[in-house]
Design a protein around this ligand. Structure first.
Ligand SMILES: Nc1ncnc2c1ncn2[C@@H]1O[C@H](COP(=O)(O)OP(=O)(O)O)[C@@H](O)[C@H]1O
Ligand SMILES: [Mg+2]
Length: 233
């Protein structure tokens, strides 16, 4: 059985008289340990898909299964637990707490789960051994994103969801962040989903899902993913 399965998933946003069909009949599968890149233009439904998979939003129709759990059938309370213990999130703008140090930002997340990894160890893993005592404002964008990745990894999540993780970073820094995500997936067998609008990044993935206007345009398995360092865009 696949690690992640979407079956005929739909999502409609309603505000007053206006309806937006953000996802329409979306079906795909992702295997455990894969790096999956979801690519598509702005407005294609990428964030909606990720938020639903991560338990931050609910779906309108269809079925989602993650690691044997039917995400689409969870109650609000169960969804909060799922989001807290099973999922690590990385966002475009890092979303760190400004008045906590790098170490404290990671420790706070680690407190959410029983089997957390030691915050110091995870910060070392992302290359920030020397910056643990710094506040976010004292770190570069790339360093802040490393803290955000450490924060997600500290929960030892089953699934790491990254929404445009390099969207706010320059070319070289973005590349380093993607290389870090690729390395963490390969070393720890972690399933990682990365959203991007940059189709050059599809070369790094084991699986590429192309979204267009809320529908799946294609799903392709990549038998020979390329190390991020070798990709140019
Ligand atoms: N909370 C919301 N309320 C209403 N419409 C939304 C909401 N979130 C997203 N949308 C709409 O759903 C569509 C898909 O958005 P989104 O998933 O953010 O796309 P992407 O991440 O690919 O840019 C867009 O038309 C967007 O305006
Ligand atoms: Mg988005």
């Amino acid at each position: 059985m696949s690690f992640i399965r979407f079956e005929h998933v739909s999502k409609t946003y309603r505000s007053g008289q206006v309806e937006v069909q953000a996802l329409k009949d979306v079906s795909f599968e992702v295997e455990s340990g894969e790096i999956c890149v979801i690519v598509g233009q702005s407005g294609a439904g990428k964030t909606t898909l990720l938020n639903i998979l991560g338990g931050m939003d609910t779906l309108t129709g269809g079925t989602i299964v993650m690691n044997g759990q039917e995400v689409s059938a969870l109650t609000n309370r169960q969804r909060a637990g799922y989001r807290r213990t099973e999922i690590g999130f990385v966002f475009q703008f890092y979303n760190l707490i400004p008045n906590l140090t790098a170490l404290e930002n990671v420790e706070i997340a680690a407190q959410l789960v029983k089997e957390a990894l030691p915050a110091q160890e995870v910060l070392e893993r992302v290359g920030l051994a020397d910056r643990m005592g710094n506040f976010p404002a004292q770190l570069s964008g790339g360093e802040q994103q490393r803290v955000a990745i450490a924060r997600a990894l500290a929960k030892n999540p089953r699934l790491l969801l990254c929404d445009e993780p390099t969207g706010a970073l320059d070319y070289e820094t973005g590349k380093q962040i993607l290389a870090l995500l690729q390395e963490q997936s390969r070393k720890n067998g972690m399933t990682v989903i990365i959203i991007t609008h940059n189709s050059a990044l599809t070369a790094m993935a084991d699986r590429v899902i192309q979204l267009q206007s809320g529908t799946v345009k294609s799903v392709a398995k990549n038998e020979s993913p390329v190390p991020v360092e070798e990709i140019e865009w």
